[in-house]
Design a protein around this ligand. Structure first.
Ligand SMILES: NC(=O)c1ccc[n+]([C@@H]2O[C@H](COP(=O)([O-])OP(=O)(O)OC[C@H]3O[C@@H](n4cnc5c(N)ncnc54)[C@H](OP(=O)(O)O)[C@@H]3O)[C@@H](O)[C@H]2O)c1
Length: 185
């Protein structure tokens, strides 16, 4: 029997979000993201091609399932007790099992956090958000879904790594690093 302990590796967790100027990610839990620019879409798709897996919430999955079925996708849901696999999709309840361990055992090195609001919040609170790419589209929504849906106030420090204007209409891509991340990237 091989008694050598398997060295666990550090996963890089990268969150991607598109927001309005007033920090909303959607009109409602069931609406799509048809308001984002093609420049953001191109950046997003290119970035995802470098990731081993993505994490989404059940609502986001329901909206984007046709596109997600080709990716290793972990769908967070309270509806299962044990992980339920269907092709490349795994329905996973992080209240029942340790998500970080699950992803380690899959040997993923880079995992994209794709939202929505409970998923961003869960990942931030559980040290699963090392980098954040935030695209601000030039709209004000006045109401809608906020990026983070937590139930108590907490302050997390991020440092700005880059700012890029993606097009003439003023779409801005911000790259942040979580100041508490221990990942070297
Ligand atoms: N602009 C953007 O970048 C962006 C990104 C992502 C999504 N969106 C938009 O945001 C909206 C959806 O966001 P949302 O916040 O309403 O929904 P969501 O996070 O996609 O899904 C919420 C659902 O996921 C499950 N879930 C999430 N976190 C969980 C956890 N920690 N433990 C157990 N279950 C968990 C629960 O489903 P169960 O009921 O199955 O338990 C929960 O009701 C959509 O309109 C989508 O298009 C926008």
């Amino acid at each position: 029997m091989n008694r050598k302990r398997k060295l666990s590796h550090k996963i890089l967790y990268v969150a991607y979000v598109a927001t309005s100027i007033d920090g909303k990610i959607a009109k409602s839990g069931h609406s799509g993201t048809d308001w984002t620019s093609k420049e953001d879409w191109n950046f997003f798709q290119k970035s995802l091609s470098q990731m081993d897996a993505v994490i989404v919430g059940h609502n986001t999955y329901n909206i984007a399932k046709d596109r997600l079925k080709w990716r290793n996708t972990i769908v967070l849901t309270s509806k299962v007790d044990t992980p339920k696999q269907s092709g490349k999709i795994v329905f996973f309840n992080p209240e029942k099992l340790n998500l970080k361990k699950f992803l380690q055992n899959k040997n993923y090195k880079k995992v994209a956090v794709l939202g929505g609001s409970r998923v961003y919040d869960f990942c931030l609170c559980n040290k699963m958000l090392d980098k954040l790419y935030m695209t601000i589209e030039p709209y004000v929504f006045t109401s809608g879904v906020s990026m983070f849906l937590g139930n108590k106030f907490k302050k997390y420090k991020f440092s700005l790594q880059s700012v890029k204007k993606l097009n003439k209409k003023g779409t801005i891509l911000l790259q942040y690093k979580n100041a508490n991340s221990s990942h070297k990237n």
